[in-house]
Design a protein around this ligand. Structure first.
Ligand code: PLP
Length: 338
């Protein structure tokens, strides 16, 4: 069950205890069900909130129209298109030639104009920002939807935490020993830390990445901003070449643990989630969920002395590129790897 949030395209999501359905969990486990967002992932929280604020800004500036722009064929692009449709504003998405017909169709179904340009994301994004966005009229306000890097996006994501605490979704806040989320560019993590700060909570966050896209780990290891030269991960939504500088700052100021798993563990997380709960998500989400199945040691190592009535919250962040067929393909990949 979800309920609409006042004048936002994102919805309030449930927080559900799943402890009894797990084998030998170290403590009580709750799912924050962001996969239930209408665009399929938490991304709608941030992008929807940003668009709401930009529409208000356009009114103040006397602009005749707002136009949403995105170069993401993933969950951020879907969130941008969904949010634009919700507010009845135009949306243009530029995608590289490598994009699949499925993605293009999904975006078109949401009413977005889709332009195919460039051989890879970088070229599509350059064309969007340097050509398409430059060609708008002076009385129009462009809204560029970066997948993770914007204050308003983090603020939108932070409502996940407000909701858990202000809506009294938890039996006992004092028993919460940790929150687990996946990270690509770190936008979701930034939102969670902002939400915890707003609520004056210093609950530790465990951030999960894959060894094939260890952006956060490398940034921390080298103690500076880095760019990964090549990324080949099956958890493709986590494949950001760099980390939001704000995430690095948050890491230094908020109790944060980093967990690294293999791509195959992330796939297995998605498969286990489907087999035990019937929930279909991308490996980007399977990554954090794996900590309640095969990778439980990450909870035990990072949240010390867990007691039976302690609580861990897993952000079930969702992802639209998975379906039953892809999950079967992942099953085969895991089997073949043995
Ligand atoms: C389903 C899903 N989970 C997690 C992430 C990672 O989010 P972030 O880039 O904000 O760290 C993404 C990013 O696209 C995603 O689509």
């Amino acid at each position: 069950m979800t309920t609409a949030t006042t004048n936002l395209p994102s919805v309030k999501t449930t927080l559900v205890e799943v402890t009894d359905k797990l084998s030998n969990p170290p403590c009580r486990i709750f799912f924050k069900n962001e996969y239930l967002q209408p665009s399929g992932s938490f991304k709608l929280r941030g992008i929807g909130y940003m668009l709401q604020k930009k529409i208000e800004e356009a009114k103040k500036l006397g602009k005749s129209k707002v136009i949403v722009f995105s170069s993401s064929g993933g969950n951020a692009g879907l969130a941008a298109a969904y949010a634009a449709k919700y507010y009845n504003v135009e949306c243009t998405v530029v995608l590289p030639k490598t994009s699949t017909d499925i993605v293009i169709e999904k975006l078109k179904k949401l009413g977005a104009n889709v332009i195919v340009h460039g051989d890879h994301w970088g070229e599509a994004d350059k064309y969007l920002t340097e050509v398409v966005m430059k060609s708008i009229n002076e009385d129009e306000l462009p809204v560029y939807c970066h997948p993770f890097e914007h204050e308003l996006i983090w603020k939108g994501h932070s409502k996940i935490i407000d909701e858990i605490i202000e809506e009294g979704q938890l039996p006992n806040l004092n028993n919460v020993k940790g929150i687990v989320c996946s990270a690509g560019g770190g936008g979701l993590y930034n939102g969670i830390v902002e939400g915890l700060k707003n609520q004056k909570q210093d609950i530790p966050v465990l951030v999960i990445e894959t060894e094939q896209a260890p952006t956060f780990h490398e940034t921390v290891k080298q103690d500076k901003s880095i760019t990964l030269s090549s990324i080949k991960t099956l958890a493709s939504s986590l494949g950001s070449p760099y980390l939001s500088p704000k995430a690095f700052e948050n890491y230094k100021n908020h109790p944060t643990k980093l967990g690294l798993i293999d791509d195959l563990d992330a796939l297995k997380g998605s498969i286990d989630l489907y087999d035990k709960f019937g929930i279909i998500t991308e490996p980007a989400c399977g990554a954090s969920v794996s900590t309640i199945f095969d990778k439980q040691e990450l909870l035990i190592e990072n949240f010390k002395n867990l007691q039976k009535d302690d609580i861990i919250i897993i952000i079930v962040c969702g992802g639209s590129s998975a379906n039953e067929e892809t999950l079967e393909f992942y099953r085969k990949l895991i089997k073949d790897s043995k």
